[in-house]
Design a protein around this ligand. Sequence first.
Ligand SMILES: C[S@@+](CC[C@H](N)C(=O)[O-])C[C@H]1O[C@@H](n2cnc3c(N)ncnc32)[C@H](O)[C@@H]1O
Length: 299
Amino acid sequence: MTPVSLLEAGPTDRTVDRRAAALPPMGTGSPSADAGFAAVDDATDPISLVHYLDRVSGQLDGVKRQIRQQLEVSEGEFVLDVGCGAGDEACGLSALVGLSGRIIGVDASTTMVQEARRRATGSAVAVGFAIGDAQALPFAAASFDACRAERVLQHLRHPALAVTEMARVTRAGGRVVVCEPDWQTLVVDHPDHALTQRILDFRAGRLQSPWIGRQLARLFRCAGLVEISVRLVSVAFGLSEAIDSFRLEVTLRQATQAGVITATDKSHWLAELTETAQTGCFVAAATCFLVRGIKPFRA
Ligand SMILES: C[S@@+](CC[C@H](N)C(=O)[O-])C[C@H]1O[C@@H](n2cnc3c(N)ncnc32)[C@H](O)[C@@H]1O
């Protein structure tokens, strides 16, 4: 492909409702420390979200490996990581494209992009980072051989736009790979099913697109991608991993503040889970949808 000055590429001519894209998650009222990954830079302590990504990354090794397999990156290719976070996967992929290729990570958060640049500093890898919105990517059409996004579209108000944008910036014959959870697949074994479901439903309702996993294949087709495949990747969690990965402390605090559960519900629910974990019987799992499509040569 023709090398392009990717980081200098201007904004697209797409009409995107940026005001809508910038809105906070459902029910939060305004961007705040609680908006999480939908508005990292508005968090009280944005770096804590970087640390969170570092902590959970090990639990997702299997997921990341499968995304790489689906991406089929080879030497000399230009690859885009949308919602790249702290940039670790972009740096990892750069070893596969070598110095003749290039990996670009794009993220809406200045904190994330600064951290990604810091991590890439000094390494002789062909990787660069840009601040940008997944729903209006700041790259010219057909700039990349492959494009990936992992755990990003769940935070977007307009995930369909992001898939359309990923298809647009991918060259004909190139690959688009997205991996997202579907939060209705989150199961936690607890004797109080009703309370558990109330907590999990509240958590899902805080996200912009909690059901994105199951919707991806349809969004790929609407974006004109072909040869669409869907793989399911389930991840099981221990109690402390679950509390961390699902940000359960935050969820429980918010659910209590919102009056969805009482402070007593919160402490009883956690106490029961802790007791179950001590007997070695704690079960929590969620499923990610790993979807791949090809940009056709003819629309
Ligand atoms: C859960 S993190 C995942 C990061 C990375 N993909 C990974 O797997 O480690 C979600 C990322 O999406 C980014 N993000 C949220 N909204 C975005 C948007 N509209 N455009 C681009 N990135 C966005 C966040 O800043 C955050 O870095």
